[in-house]
Structures are given as C-alpha cells and as structure tokens.
Design a protein around this ligand. Structure first.
Ligand code: SIN
Length: 385
C-alpha cells in the first residue's frame, strides 16, 4: 500500500488549539513563573520514529468536545505528535504516515509491509526505537505479527487510544508520551514488541483488548513487563519466548500470507465446511464433540493443518502436545474423544497452540506456514514463540 504523504498541521484546528493551550499551561503560560533551564551541555535525546496507521488515536469527533461519534484515522502523524510537545523532552521524534484508517481495515498484506518498513528503519544506527500508532480494535493482532517478524532487539511500541483526540480527556496524548518514552529507553532493548496503554507496558504476545474503555488492555494472568511511571519506564520482567533477532521468520520475499481460518467449537458442533480448503485452520475449543473430532480429522487427512487453541487463550499449563502416540484427537482440549480412526494411512496430528488466544494462534500459523506445513515442525514453533 502506498504511503500517505505527510500533511501540514492546520494551525486553526480544534485539535491544534487544544494542544497549544496545553503547551502554554505546561510552560507556565505568559503570566506564569518560568523555571530557568539548568546549565550544562544539552544531552542528545534518542531518535524515535512514530509510524502512524490511523485509529481512534487519530480520531476527530464530528462535533468536537462532545461525546458523540467520531472518525477514526483522521489526524496525521505530524498532527498527533505536534499535539504532545512534551515528546521533545524525551526524544527526537520523526514521523511517517503508513496509512490512516480504522484498524478494521488493516489487512495481513499491510502487516507484511509494516514489518518490512520497521525492519528497514531499525537498521538505521541512529534510530533508538519505533512507535506505531494504531486503532485499538485490531491492535493486539498487528502487535503480535510485529513481535514475530521484526528482527531487531530495538524497541517497537504499539499504542492506541480509546477516546478520540478531540474528545473530552483524550487518552491518546498520554499514551503516546508513554510509548515514546518507552521506545527511547535503553531498558526497553531486547523486550520485543510491546503495547503501551494506560501506563502499562505489555508484551505484544500477551496483550489483549478486554474492553472498550480506557484501561481495557490487559495480559490476563501473564502480567505486565513494567509500567511507565512519572520518572519514565520501569521494567520488572522480560519475555522468555523467541522473538526479535532470534525470530526465524524472515518475510523479505513474502507479500501474501497463507489463508488461515478461525473456527469455534461448541456443544452439538459438527465442525466447519470449507470450499476451497484453506492451508490451515485454528479452532477455539475447550474440547471437541465426536462429530467435530471427525470433521477435523477429515480436514487433516485432506492436508489442512489443524491447530487447537484454548477458547480463552489462558491455557498456561501448556496442555498436552503431540508427544505421545496415538496422535489422534485433541488431547490439548481434553474433551470428548472421537471414534478411533479407521485403519489406513496415518492421520496427521493436530497442533496445540498451548497458550495463545485463537486469534494470535492464527497469526503464528499464518507466519509459520510460510516455512513449513509439517505438523511436528509447527508444534515446535508453537512451543518456542
Ligand atoms: C479503530 O480500531 O481504528 C477504532 C477503535 C479504536 O482505535 O479504539
């Protein structure tokens, strides 16, 4: 997708006026007491690239200042960053407009281009990190894709907002400030792609949008990597899985990802029917019915890779993987077993997502299928990433 050219900031927009008022207040205002700048040589601030994709963080209300509707993906990267003059205290910010859309319009092809763009930017020696501004509806998916495919130890922080920029008490400016401070922090190196929302630093692997209000991003049982406090980012933990420079997923020659479908298992379920067959399907399940077990066995016999993911994504006990024969129905889900397979050619095993939400398991399978269709190799990938 072509990059959208940068736009000039309108000095008269409501948004820019609000930014100026905030800046004047923070500076003490014309009549306020000015604190003298401390003497000494200026410290060089790290360079951070803000890549804007759209979303509510770039949203403008139809009637500014109301609680009414708004258009996501309206303000430009320059406008968003200009509205937070405090960014300049912590980083030299560069901006790039990748797209300007509601995140429901972000496609897997755009993920590939975004990852490619970020990998190229992070190869620059003078760049400390990248911030991606994004709509929150699909933020966790894009962030996880970048976690798998950005092959740099430098920080990448994905950030959004749940209130539009011109609304009352927008959360975008404070989230953006926290994101830039995190991307500029030496502590953030080697922590993988992160989501910074509401002062929390979350690993992109675990972060989920649990609800559509501020504070809605969480990692459930898996905890935060750290927080962005008044004195800046503070890390408590580092992810232990494979990502960044240790990722094996080089998508340099890939433009289109394999199609992977998502299916849901439920009482009385009989399994999905696909035409044409996709290369892979992820099933959200806590256990298959007998008919589902048979339907998925049939799909595997036809060459479709079947991954089971615990419906809630909270299966951190690891579940059973394909370590013990018979490699039959989904021990990972622990449910009703299908009828024994008829004798004949061996049935390819089901792959267990172990501890990924179904949506994230789908993304890992899309990426992994660019390398292999072998279920055992795919199981290794699900155990490592
Ligand atoms: C979007 O995802 O683009 C709109 C919703 C949001 O950013 O919170």
């Amino acid at each position: 997708m072509p990059l959208i050219p940068r736009m000039r900031v309108s000095p008269l927009s409501t948004f820019a006026r609000a930014a100026l008022v905030v800046a004047a207040l923070l500076a003490g205002g014309p009549a306020g007491a000015q604190t003298p700048a401390p003497a000494g040589p200026p410290t060089p601030r790290p360079k951070v690239l803000v890549v804007a994709t759209g979303g509510t963080i770039a949203g403008v209300q139809n009637a500014p200042g109301t609680l009414g509707g708004y258009r996501a993906g309206t303000l430009t990267a320059e406008q968003i960053t200009a509205s937070v003059p405090e960014l300049a205290r912590f980083a030299q910010v560069e901006t790039e407009q990748f797209s300007n859309v509601a995140s429901t319009l972000i496609t897997p092809e755009m993920w590939v281009q975004l990852a490619r763009r970020i990998n190229a930017a992070l190869a620059r020696e003078d760049l400390a990190g990248v911030v991606v501004t994004h709509g929150t509806d699909r933020l966790e998916e894009t962030a996880f894709f970048l976690y798998l495919t950005v092959r740099s130890a430098k920080p990448v922080v994905v950030v959004g907002a749940q209130r539009p920029a011109t609304g009352i008490s927008p959360d975008g400016p404070i989230n953006l400030l926290a994101a830039v401070r995190t991307a500029a922090s030496p502590q953030a190196v080697g922590k993988g792609v992160m989501v910074v929302m509401d002062d929390r630093i979350l690993s992109a692997r675990e972060s989920r949008k649990l609800y559509q209000r501020t504070g809605g991003f969480s990692t459930g049982e898996m905890g935060m990597l750290g927080v962005v406090a008044g004195n800046g980012p503070q890390f408590f933990f580092a992810p232990a899985r494979r990502f960044g420079p240790r990722s094996e997923f080089d998508l340099a020659g890939v433009d289109t990802l394999p199609r992977v479908e998502l299916a849901y298992s439920y009482p009385g379920g009989t399994g999905p029917r696909f035409d044409p067959l996709p290369p892979g399907v992820v099933v959200a399940t806590t256990g298959f019915t007998r008919a589902e077990g048979e339907a998925y066995r049939d799909l595997r016999m036809k060459g479709v890779v079947v991954v089971t993911a615990f419906t809630s994504g909270e299966n951190a006990n690891g579940g059973a993987t394909m370590d013990a024969p018979p490699l039959a129905e989904p021990a990972a889900a622990g449910g009703e077993r299908a009828a024994p397979a008829p004798t004949g050619p061996p049935v390819p095993p089901t792959v267990s997502a172990i501890h990924l939400t179904p949506g994230k398991a789908r993304i890992l399978l899309m990426v992994a299928l660019t390398r292999t269709k072998d279920p055992r190799e795919l199981q290794r990938i699900f155990e490592e990433y």
